[in-house]
Design a protein around this ligand. Structure first.
Ligand code: SF4
Length: 402
């Protein structure tokens, strides 16, 4: 059986699945031609010699991870802009990964930005074994693209997806952002119509956020732009979600929707608190209860020849596991698995968070069925504050014992 041809027991009615996609391998390619106005990721300028040296160092880290016996079920190459690599480095990276890991994979995703992906790169990726492309469209409004500092136009996204179809890319995902200043319901209808034409099997739908250090944040502080009100953002996001639902998409995570069984197995593994190994400058890992991050410094990464300094090392303690399960699993439409929570933490979620659980359930933000506590549609609108409250409850309860 072709391991990649099934949906692995994913039940799109309740968002639950029986397949465990752990562990995953994340590969960070940090280069971008310019910084988008909302972006606070670890990115670096595109200098040709640096990109060549970086891929050499990445290949060395790939070898080390493979030699350690690590066998990933999924690969996700993200950034930055992986598709901005020159063709030669693009092929070198894909071949190195295929050589070390292709036998075990059920999914291999690569992020592509519309302005830098082309048919040659798509063909090389398919040949290496990539079966999923995730494209940063963000919106199909030229005004929105310009405000967010994106380097492509709407037509280019359509063209890229025509190549995907013609070249036989099995699975595709689109990133969309809602809530940018100046957005209106008409532009949401326009984005929805474009999504319907392209018909990807996965959508990631994010709210625009104003992270400290970004151009958008600085402009807002200076009064140079007027952000949409929170209520308007929620209204727009819900309008988008309703439109996607009518197109047959199902929300399986607060910001992610699928159709035709198109869940992102790699990302689902994160939300299920599965293990993953991150390689490249700034990449994060979680293996055997231990978390760490490669130091986010491209120069140091290259100098270390792919044996980067690890920072932020920490072993998950009792409270960490409780907090992580609450923060991750309540994002899923399937919700928090009460048995799994008890087995892993030796605590009952319903005891730790009793008061808030009752309060949120009475307000219609949460529901419980078949051993899962999950956010309702209205609950997803206030998910961050619910999670915060649960975490506070759990901390108080656990600290009170000591
Ligand atoms: S392309 Fe992605 S990683 Fe690069 S600056 Fe824009 S949002 Fe950030």
């Amino acid at each position: 059986m072709d391991a990649r041809s099934t949906n692995w027991g994913f039940n799109s009615e309740n968002g639950r699945c029986h397949y465990n996609a752990s562990p995953g391998l994340y590969v960070h390619v940090p280069f971008c031609r310019s910084r988008c106005t909302y972006c606070d990721f670890h990115v670096a300028a595109m200098r040709p010699t640096v990109m060549v040296d970086y891929i050499e160092a990445l290949k060395s880290e790939i070898d080390q991870v493979a030699n350690s016996g690590f066998i990933p079920k999924t690969i996700f190459i993200g950034g930055g802009t992986p598709s901005a690599l020159p063709q030669e480095q693009w092929i070198q990276l894909l071949e190195a990964l295929a050589e070390s890991f292709s036998d075990s994979l059920v999914e291999w995703t690569i992020e592509a930005n519309p302005e830098s992906i082309n048919p040659q790169k798509i063909k090389a990726a398919l040949q290496a074994g990539v079966d999923r492309f995730s494209t940063g469209a963000q919106t199909f409004s030229e005004k929105g693209l310009s405000l967010m500092g994106r380097r492509h136009n709407a037509q280019r996204v359509v063209e890229v997806h025509r190549w995907f179809e013609e070249l036989g890319v099995p699975r595709t995902s689109l990133d969309i952002i809602v809530g940018w200043p100046g957005q209106d319901l008409e532009s949401i209808d326009n984005d929805l119509a474009a999504v319907e034409r392209i018909d990807p099997d996965h959508i990631s739908l994010y709210h625009l956020s104003y992270e400290s250090g970004t151009w958008l944040h600085a402009m807002r502080e200076r009064g140079g732009l007027k952000p949409l009100l929170d209520d308007t953002c929620i209204k727009f996001s819900n309008a988008f979600l309703s439109g996607l639902r009518l197109q047959g998409y199902r929300r399986y995570e607060v910001s992610n929707l699928e159709k035709r069984g198109g869940v992102s197995w790699h990302n689902l593994n994160y939300w299920q608190r599965g293990e993953y190994w991150g390689i490249g400058s700034g990449a994060a890992s979680f293996i055997e209860g231990q978390r760490w991050k490669n130091k986010p410094d491209v120069g140091a990464y290259i100098a270390a020849g792919g044996s980067p300094e690890r920072i932020d090392l920490e072993k998950s303690g009792e409270l960490d596991i409780v907090v992580e399960l609450i923060m991750l699993q309540l994002r899923l439409s399937s919700g928090l698995d009460l048995n799994h929570f008890r087995n892993l933490t030796k605590h009952q979620f319903k005891d730790l968070c009793k008061g808030s659980l009752r309060n949120f359930t009475e307000k219609g933000f949460l529901t419980e069925e078949a051993g899962y506590v999950r956010a309702t549609q209205r609950g997803f609108d206030v998910l961050d504050s619910m999670i915060l409250q649960f975490v506070e409850d759990a901390e108080k309860r656990l600290n009170a014992r000591t």
